[in-house]
Structure formats: structure tokens, C-alpha cells
Design a protein around this ligand. Structure first.
Ligand code: ADP
Length: 819
């Protein structure tokens, strides 16, 4: 809510109003007959108008109206006015309020009409004048009509004089007030000082105009009153209006007009020649209004022209900036851009365009369109066909068609190979109606080379896939084959049926897949399904039992594949037919078994007979017999050694070739078991202490062999008279792994020997300990086949510490095998 104007402001308006009204009351002439005296001028009407127009609230306006009417009545009574006249003062606000009301409707942006702007346009000034005229006429008619009722001498000519006075005052003082109010408000809103320092030229112009005016008044009005010098005053008004803004112009008009009216009233000058004082005043005031209108018309028009020019300059500068920015953008674009007209002229082109054509000269580019021999053409299609008016995107765009980017080859036929896409868009024709088009050219050579390389790689890969002995398929989430090779078809169907392994994935039953124990493979066990869910499947064994065909053993693996975000997940399935391999292995195992059995048999016979001889000789007192008994003992020792050697050799072969059957293996139980089995009479097993041992993911039989070998060695390699103490425990060794340690109090191993003891047949100890030198080599092979490591260190408490790592989870096992 705008607040009330400060009290001092209202007092200032009131004081000014009373002063001007009192002054004009002295400018009276006697009325006709008994009519009361009539004022010649009414400048107070201008003051009152600005006063009421400056009220921003209705409350303020009501206060101002009451004050204005009251003060007018008082001044009138104090200056010989009649009581009736004083009462009729109540009608005066009609003209001000009427003008303000119309201005609020017609020019609400102006200060005084509810807005904050000053007068800027000629049309605004016209509307303000119209509002004032309408309001003054309404007031004049009303005042005269009422006046005629109560004052018989009231005449319409008096009414005309009254209207002229009021209009002259409002159109000059009132308009100046609007200009000042608007100017101050605009200055405050823009945060600038309302006072500007006048330039030397301004001062010179003002001084010149003042001198000219003074000269006209002195020599025209004073010395030669008959000469029509009044019109010369319009020259000085024009002078001011051409050089200054509306505010200075209005003030000057008011000043010049005021002096003119004053001189007329005191009977000086050309207008004083008019017959009655009332008419003189009326003419003088019309003259003032004319000067005001003239001054404002020139000054406001000039201002409008200046505004338009400065708007134009601003928009020109903005256009120049836009053009500079556009040039910069074009220059830095990677795409070549050209604007070409129907006459083949290149109106605009950028650097990228020139380099794409392999030329630095813009003129060279003219050849793009010119009618020149084909072999000199700078551009040709992907089929080698030169660019010409029939096939070029440019020609199509010039004919009004938008061409999506298509592939072309710029440069001469024998030049370096380049590839580009060219797109073209029609542009509006120029002033002479010549069609224009924009061509955009993108160098895609690098992408092309990359794409070619990719295609070559893909072709190589397809060849590899096709020539693989393993069956391979790439399957998409949702069960759709993306790719499969011939080997897969041959393995799974025995023949080359083309319809399978294309399109949708069939259920396992249609492929006749079974677990080794005879259960059919369930749909959710499908390796590809698990891989699509992110789980790797390694060499799972399945049996393929096609009706009417021999059963096959398959190893199936499946791996999730990396795909771009947002696309369907994929898996690669690898199928290996191990039927033949398995049968080789089986025959090898049975061969080894047979050999071992066949060698063991004669050994048992030898041992049996040797034992019988030993017993027979044992009872004899004969010294030769005692000597023979010692020899028989040697025979039996060698038989034992040979038996151990055969069994170690067998284990070595099996450890290398046998397929791993992994499962969860509880180590602690296993160690306890070994301890018990070693704890037989004659064998030393009492000192085996199992510590903290986890479950591992490994082949049970092979792990048992490792622990058995290490514990056996620890029991064996102790100094005589020392009772063996063996600790088996573990420490974690990274995610999914454990390190198992077997520590003994034995004879220990020289640091130089610690690596070599794991070699086959290497023995570090003296001959006093029996052995084949294969045990640790078997352990090493088994641990490494599980992806682990084995080594030996000195035990700080004396003896050795054998350590090896094993996986504890299927994932760790699978990951280790991948490496
Ligand atoms: P073998 O025990 O049949 O000789 P191994 O491969 O088991 O064969 O052992 C290789 C050699 O490593 C052994 O001859 C022995 O010198 C040494 N060795 C193995 N275990 C120990 C142990 N716990 N303490 C000391 N030496 C050992």
C-alpha cells in the first residue's frame, strides 16, 4: 500500500495553490453589469491538477480535494468574491478529477495517472490534452448551468473564458508538473541523480534562445506593438524543442507564454490590441497553449526519433555480435559447413570444410558445383561415381529438399582415401530470389577405419569359432541363440542339422542331457541360464543320451558376457565332448591297475618265500644260517621298497591325469582320521595335534593324499630317540583361500634344498631314511591342480614347516582355474 504523502508535501502544494490563486485574484476585471469581477488567468488550476494527480491513495485524494475546495472558498471570500461564488468552488475539482480519471484509463503508465513514467511519446501528450479538454468542458458546462440558476448575469461567454483559462493552466503548468513528477520518479527508479550537469553547448543554446526571446519582447512587444511579432516567439520555442528534452521545453514554453500573457494583461504587445481585457487574456492563453503544443510536438517527436535510432544501433551491435559468435562457432566446428547459392557461389564456409576436401583454398571449393571434368571432381560417391548435379545433396537442397547425411568420398580419385557424410538443408532464398542451401559435411574416415578393423576382427573371430573343436554358442537373456558353431551341432546332434541352435533355445530334455547319476538336467540347471544370471559354470559333466546313438560324456562351461548398458544380457556356452578322452583315461587307469597288480603279485610271492626262509633260518644255530638270514632280510627290505615305489608311481600318474572331483572337505576330521590310522602299534602317530582347520573346496582323495604324505614325512624324518610332535593348523590367505601348515620337530631341511625337495625323485636326507623321492612331487602336483601353492620353511622351534594353500569356496576354485 502506498503511504500518504508527507504532511510537508501537502502543505507545500496548499501554500503554492493559495499563493497562485490569490495572485490571480488580483488579475480581475469588472464583470458585465452587476456581475462579480472575473479573473483573467487561472494558473492555480494547473497547480490544483498536479496536486490532486500526485495523490496515490483515495484517502489522500479526499483530503486534497477538501483542502483545495476549502482554500479556494476562503481565498475567494478574502478577495471580494461573493458567497455564491465561494460555494460554487465546490464544483472546481470536477475538472481535475475528470482529467485524472480519463488519464488513468488512457495513459495508466504515466506518473499522475497511477504509473511511474514521464511523458515520452507524442501520442501520450495528445491523450493527456484530450483528457484535460474533455474534463474542462464538462466542468465548464456544469459550472455555467448551475451559475445561471443562481447568478442571473452568468453568460456563456464568461463560461468560454473560464474554460480557456483552466485548459491553458492545465495544459502548461499541469503538463509541466506531470513531466517533473515522472522525471523524478524515473530517476529514482533508475537510481540516478535527477540533476545533470548541462554541457557548454546546452548553456550556449539556452543563452541564445533567452536573448532572442528578450529581443522579441523588448523590440516586438515593447517598441513595435502593432507589428505581429508574436509568431516570432514560436521560433525560440522551436529552437529550444530541437535542442532539449520535453521537460526543458515545457518549462521554457511556460516561461515565455507567462511573460507574453503578463505583458498582454498590462496592455503591452500585439495581443493587447484585441478589444476587451477578457478577450485579450483568452487570446494570450490560446497562444500559450499553441506554443506548448508546438514545443512538445517537436521535442517528443525528436525524442522518439532519437530513441528509435539508439534502438537500431543497439540491435545492429547485437547482430554484429551474433555474427561474430557464429563465425567463431563455425571456425571451431569439427563438421564442415557451407552456405551455397543457386549460382554455385560459396557464401560462407569454414575451415573444417576446406580440410575435408583436402584444400586450403576456398576458391577450390567452387569445383564442388562447377561443371568440370569428372576426373577433376573433388568429391565422389561411395561407388566412385563423381558428385554431379543429378546426384548431389546440394542440388536436392537447392530444389527445396532436406537431405539426410549420406556417405561420400572427397578428394581426387588418386588422392588419399577419405570418407565423409554430407547432409543438406534448404535455406530461404536471398533478396534476388536465388535459392540457397546449407551443406554439412562430417569426416568419418576414422570411424570407417575403426569399423573396418572391427569387421575384420569379427570375421577372424567367426572363423576361429567355426574351426573350434569345442561346441560354442552365444545365448541371449530370454533364451535366444545369437551365434553357434558347427562343432556344437556335430557334438549335440551327430549330424549337421541346420535348424537346431538357431532361434530359441530348446529345453534340456530335447537335447537329452543327463547328470552322471542318471537324473535328467532340469530347466533351471541349464548352464546358459546360470551364466546369464552372472554365475560362471566350469566343466560340469553331463551325459548326452540321444535315442539310437551311443552315450556321450560332455563337459559344459558357461560364462556371462559383457554387454553394453541397457541391452539384453548374454552368455557364452562351451561344450566339449570328452567321451574319447575319458575312455583313454579309463583304459590307462585299468592298465596301471593291471601293471601294479601284476608286479605286486610276484613281489608278494617273493616276500612270502623270503619270510618262510627267514623263519626257517631263525631257529638254526648255524653261523652260515645266521648270515643267510641277514641276506633274506635285505631281500624283504627291497621288496617293501619296490612295493612303495610302485604305489607312489601309480599315485603320481593319477595325481597328474585324474579329473578333479571337487566337494566340501572338512580338513579337521581328515587330519584326525589320518592320526588314528597312523596310531597303529609299530607306527608312531601319537604326537599329531590338529589345530584350527576349516573346510576346503577340493578333491577329497587327493587332499587326503597330500596330508597323509606330509604327516608321514614328519613322522619319518626325526632324529633317532626323538618322539615326533606334529602340529597341523591353518591361517586365512585372502578371500576364499586358506593356508594349511604342517609343523614338525624333525631333522629339518637345509635352506638350499627347500625348493628342490619338491622335484620328482629328489631326496635330501641320508640313506638311513627309506623313500622314493616322489611324495612331495605328488603333493606339489595336487596342490597346483587346485590352484594353490606349496613350500617349506624352517620351523622356529626346530624341524620343518610345510605349508600349502587351498580354495575354500567353489568360486575361488573356479577363479583360480581360470588363471
Ligand atoms: P621320500 O620321503 O620318499 O624321500 P619325499 O618327496 O616325500 O620323498 O621327500 C623328499 C625329501 O625331502 C626327502 O628325501 C627328505 O630328505 C626331505 N623331507 C621331506 N619331508 C621332510 C621332513 N618333514 N623333514 C625333513 N626332511 C624332509
Amino acid at each position: 500500500m502506498p503511504a500518504l504523502r508527507p504532511v510537508w508535501g501537502t502543505l507545500l502544494y496548499a501554500a503554492l495553490y493559495v499563493a497562485v490563486l490569490s495572485f490571480s485574484r488580483f488579475m480581475v476585471v469588472d464583470g458585465v453589469g452587476s456581475a462579480p469581477p472575473v479573473s483573467l488567468i487561472a494558473p492555480s488550476a494547473g497547480i490544483a491538477f498536479v496536486w490532486l494527480a500526485s495523490a496515490r491513495t483515495s484517502k489522500q485524494l479526499a483530503i486534497d480535494v477538501v483542502l483545495q475546495v476549502g482554500l479556494a472558498a476562503i481565498v475567494l471570500l478574502q478577495t471580494d468574491g461573493t458567497a455564491v461564488q465561494a460555494v460554487l468552488m465546490i464544483l472546481t475539482p470536477i475538472q481535475y478529477l475528470g482529467a485524472i480519471y480519463l488519464m488513468r484509463r488512457w495513459t495508466p503508465q504515466l506518473w499522475g495517472a497511477g504509473g511511474r513514467a514521464s511523458l515520452h511519446r507524442l501520442s501520450e501528450f495528445g491523450l493527456v490534452l484530450a483528457a484535460m479538454t474533455a474534463a474542462v468542458l464538462v466542468y465548464g458546462v456544469l459550472r455555467t448551468a448551475v451559475g445561471e440558476l443562481v447568478i442571473p448575469e452568468e453568460t456563456w461567454s464568461l463560461a468560454l473564458g473560464r474554460a480557456t483559462r483552466s485548459l491553458a493552466a492545465m495544459a502548461t503548468i499541469g503538463v509541466l508538473g506531470l513531466l517533473i513528477g515522472g522525471y523524478l520518479t524515473e530517476a529514482r527508479d533508475a537510481g540516478r541523480s535527477p540533476l545533470t550537469r548541462p554541457t557548454g553547448a546546452d548553456l550556449a543554446n539556452l543563452a541564445g534562445a533567452a536573448a532572442a526571446t528578450g529581443f522579441i519582447f523588448v523590440f516586438g512587444f515593447g517598441s513595435n506593438p502593432e507589428a505581429p511579432t508574436t509568431f516570432m516567439l514560436t521560433l525560440t520555442v522551436v529552437w529550444i524543442a530541437v535542442r532539449f528534452g520535453p521537460l526543458v521545453t515545457a518549462a521554457s514554453c511556460l516561461l515565455i507564454g507567462g511573460v507574453g500573457v503578463w505583458l498582454t494583461i498590462v496592455d503591452i504587445g500585439p495581443i493587447a490590441a484585441v478589444d476587451s481585457a477578457v478577450n485579450q487574456a483568452a487570446v494570450a492563453q490560446v497562444f500559450v497553449v499553441v506554443m506548448m503544443v508546438l514545443g512538445m510536438a517537436i521535442s517528443l517527436s525528436r525524442r522518439q526519433v532519437l530513441d528509435t535510432v539508439s534502438d537500431l544501433e543497439r540491435s545492429q551491435a547485437a547482430n554484429a555480435r551474433r555474427a561474430a559468435e557464429l563465425d567463431l562457432v563455425m571456425a571451431n566446428l569439427n563438421d564442415g559447413v557451407a552456405i551455397i547459392d543457386g549460382n554455385g557461389r560459396i557464401l560462407h564456409s569454414n575451415h573444417a570444410l576446406q580440410t575435408a576436401f583436402g584444400t586450403q583454398e576456398p576458391e577450390e571449393l567452387e569445383r564442388v558445383r562447377e561443371d568440370i571434368p569428372d576426373d577433376e571432381r573433388l568429391i565422389r560417391g561411395s561407388d566412385g561415381e563423381p558428385f554431379n548435379d543429378e546426384n548431389s545433396p546440394l542440388a536436392a537442397a537447392l530444389a527445396g529438399e532436406t537431405v539426410a547425411p549420406e556417405e561420400w568420398r572427397p578428394g581426387k580419385e588418386d588422392g588419399p582415401i577419405k570418407w565423409v557424410t554430407i547432409g543438406a538443408t534448404p535455406l530461404p532464398p536471398d533478396e534476388d530470389d536465388v535459392p540457397r542451401a546449407m551443406v554439412v559435411l562430417r569426416d568419418i574416415s576414422a570411424e570407417k577405419i575403426h569399423q573396418d578393423a572391427l569387421e575384420t576382427r569379427a570375421a577372424e573371430l567367426n572363423l576361429v569359432i567355426d574351426k573350434l573343436n569345442d561346441g560354442l554358442a552365444i545365448v541371449e537373456e530370454g533364451g535366444h541363440y545369437v551365434q553357434s558353431n558347427d562343432a556344437l551341432r556335430v557334438i549335440m546332434t551327430g549330424a549337421e542339422e541346420t535348424e537346431v541352435f538357431e532361434g530359441d533355445v530348446e529345453p534340456p530334455s530335447e537335447h537329452h542331457l543327463y547328470h552322471p547319476d542318471g537324473r535328467p538336467m532340469r530347466d533351471d540347471e541349464y548352464p546358459y541360464l546360470r551364466a546369464v544370471r552372472g554365475i560362471e559354470v566350469h566343466d560340469e559333466e553331463y551325459h548326452l543320451r540321444r535315442p539310437g546313438a551311443a552315450s556321450q560324456i560332455l563337459h559344459i562351461s558357461a560364462y556371462p558376457l559383457r554387454v553394453e548398458r541397457g541391452t539384453k544380457r548374454r552368455a557364452m556356452v562351451v561344450v566339449r565332448d570328452i567321451t574319447v578322452e575319458r575312455s583313454y583315461q579309463d583304459s590307462l587307469a585299468s592298465f596301471a591297475g593291471t601293471v601294479a597288480h601284476d608286479l605286486n603279485n610276484p613281489l608278494s610271492v617273493i616276500d612270502g618265500w623270503a619270510e618262510a626262509i627267514e623263519e626257517d633260518l631263525g631257529d638254526s644255530e648255524d653261523p652260515i644260517a645266521a648270515q643267510a638270514a641277514g641276506m633274506v632280510q635285505h631281500i624283504r627290505g627291497s621288496v617293501d621298497q619296490m612295493r612303495a615305489f610302485i604305489s607312489d608311481l601309480l599315485a603320481h600318474a593319477v595325481a597328474r591325469d585324474q579329473m578333479l572331483r571337487t566337494e566340501r572337505v572338512p580338513l579337521r576330521n581328515m587330519v584326525k582320521h589320518i592320526a588314528t590310522s597312523r596310531d597303529k602299534p609299530g607306527l608312531r602317530g601319537g604326537g599329531i595335534v590338529p589345530g584350527d582347520l576349516p573346510d576346503v573346496w577340493a578333491d577329497r582323495l587327493l587332499v587326503r593324499q597330500v596330508l597323509d604324505n606330509l604327516i608321514g614325512n614328519a613322522l619319518k624324518y626325526v632324529a633317532s630317540g626323538v618322539s615326533p610332535q606334529i602340529h597341523v593348523d591353518s591361517v586365512p590367505s585372502g578371500e576364499g583361500w586358506v593356508e594349511v601348515r604342517v609343523r614338525d620337530n624333525g631333522i629339518g631341511i637345509e635352506p638350499a634344498q627347500r625348493e628342490r625337495v619338491f622335484d620328482s625323485f629328489h631326496r635330501a636326507s641320508q640313506e638311513s631314511y627309506s623313500g622314493t623321492g616322489l611324495g612331495l612331487a605328488i603333493c606339489k602336483r595336487i596342490v597346483e591342480r587346485h590352484g594353490g601353492r606349496i613350500w617349506v620353511e624352517g620351523n622356529p622351534e626346530g624341524g620343518s614347516c610345510f605349508a600349502f594353500t587351498l580354495p575354500t569356496t567353489p568360486e575361488a576354485f573356479a577363479a583360480a582355474l581360470d588363471h
